[in-house]
Design a protein around this ligand. Structure first.
Ligand code: NIG
Ligand code: FE
Length: 420
């Protein structure tokens, strides 16, 4: 027998997330019908989960003197959270814009006046690589304390060749220097930089396709674009994603955040792994996406963004789920529209403002979030063969997860079989 290196035992509930289709994201009733094992255990050998089940089936022969035991009596055990949409690497912050916003200036007005994303671009260009890395490591440490064990990290505050490539490099380097896994996405098409203001969005995406993205093969898993008024129009976004797809990148889009331009349907038709924000995506369009993509494209819901931008419109997550569209939930951590790394709070707001149930919310930040970044084979559920990313919470049931508003319920974080 191979002896367990780690055993988490006596859990009141083990949220396995197992039991849905294994070849695509959870959709419809699968988002809430996954298995909970009562009085259960999770066993690991090295970096990998090898067994999950009720205590009555625990094989005592696999316990040795070297087995580290974590007792989870009365507590919930679940997979490490997956943060599938962040802008992790940036310089400065936007606290100076907070009061402008409180006085009623909108996100797009602040951007049009040269602030917003462009203000962070100036701070990021001025920062050294070492400073950017130090900031990214600081935020990853915060994510880890919230029980986030995998983080997607977008570039997008450089908007020139050197800075954009530096941001991808910093994300990768940060992933190597601490235990949380980092999945880099190239968001060079975040907004049109001042240098291309006269030439326009098409000229700018041609520049990034030829001079920036060509050097990032194998470095960034995904290419993303902000399709919005004041950013990139639908036709330029389509052209850009088509070209990026031909270069072999996975596709993502920021779309239907502030207006309905049809970006989500466009990107889904090109095979996008995820379509993100979706506050203005209609339930009918969601149904068409679910059908066209056969449930492969995930809608990433970012409920802390409308909250922080003082908008009343939240993505109709309930209708998306009822219409068969798989959903994930993320913070969108960034200095402008969500300076929070509290994914637990995002789950609460997803329930309160988007109509998800607690079980759906948990699936949206674990297994479906893993699908949204192409990592469902390694993380997002407690199943033998996956990387041993496991949390023990100071709570007794799944129903309590979105209930304790704004709390961090994490007691223990295990990443790749190692207790942090
Ligand atoms: O996902 N909407 C576009 N981009 C980011 C915000 C970036 C920023 O404001 O710095 C988002 O909300
Ligand atoms: Fe974003």
């Amino acid at each position: 027998v191979v002896l367990y290196s780690l055993l988490i035992q006596n859990a009141a509930q083990v949220l396995t997330l197992a039991g849905g289709a294994s070849n695509k994201p959870l959709a419809g009733s699968e988002l809430s019908s996954w298995c909970i094992t009562e009085n259960g255990y999770v066993a690991c050998v090295g970096e990998t989960i090898v067994a999950v089940g009720p205590m009555s089936e625990l094989d005592q022969a696999c316990l040795g003197p070297e087995t580290r035991i974590i007792d989870a009596t009365g507590r919930v055990v679940l997979p490490g959270l997956v943060e599938c949409h962040t802008h992790l690497v940036f310089g400065g912050n936007r606290a100076h814009e907070f009061e402008r916003k409180l006085r009623g200036e909108s996100y797009l007005d602040i951007l049009a006046s040269g602030g917003g994303i462009l203000s962070t671009v100036r701070a990021t260009r001025a920062a050294s690589e070492a400073e950017l890395l130090e900031n990214a490591l600081y935020h990853l440490d915060g994510f880890r304390r919230y029980g986030v064990t995998t983080v997607e990290a977008k570039s997008g505050y450089g908007l020139d060749r050197d800075t954009e490539q530096r941001l991808v490099r910093v994300a990768r380097q940060a992933g190597r220097q601490q235990p949380v896994r980092v999945v880099p996405t190239f968001l060079g098409a975040h907004v049109v930089p001042p240098e291309f203001k006269a030439a326009g969005p098409q000229a700018y995406v041609d520049f990034i396709l030829h001079d920036v993205l060509s050097d990032l093969k194998g470095e960034a898993a995904f290419v993303d674009i902000f399709c919005e008024e004041g950013a990139f129009p639908l036709d330029v976004s389509r052209y850009y994603l088509e070209q990026a797809h031909k270069m072999g990148f996975g596709l993502k889009i920021h779309a239907e955040q502030l207006h309905d331009l049809g970006g989500c349907e466009m990107a889904a038709a090109l095979g996008a792994t995820s379509v993100d924000h979706c506050d203005y995506l209609t339930p009918a369009a969601a149904a068409r996406i679910a059908q066209q993509t056969q449930g492969q494209t995930v809608a990433v819901l970012l409920p802390l963004v409308p909250l922080f931008l003082r908008q009343e419109k939240y993505a109709p997550g309930r209708e998306f789920i009822d219409n068969g569209l798989p959903v994930a939930v993320s913070t969108d951590f960034n200095p402008g529209s969500c300076p929070s790394k509290n994914l637990w709070l995002a789950l609460s707001v997803a329930c309160l403002k988007m109509g998800l149930t607690p079980k759906e919310a948990v699936a949206a930040a674990t297994l479906n979030a893993a699908w949204a970044i192409g990592r469902a084979a390694d993380c997002g559920s407690l199943e033998p063969g996956k990387r041993a990313d496991v949390l023990v919470l100071d709570l007794g049931s799944v129903a309590e997860i979105p209930y304790w508003l704004g709390e961090n319920p994490v007691r223990d974080v295990v990443i790749a079989g190692a207790l942090q």
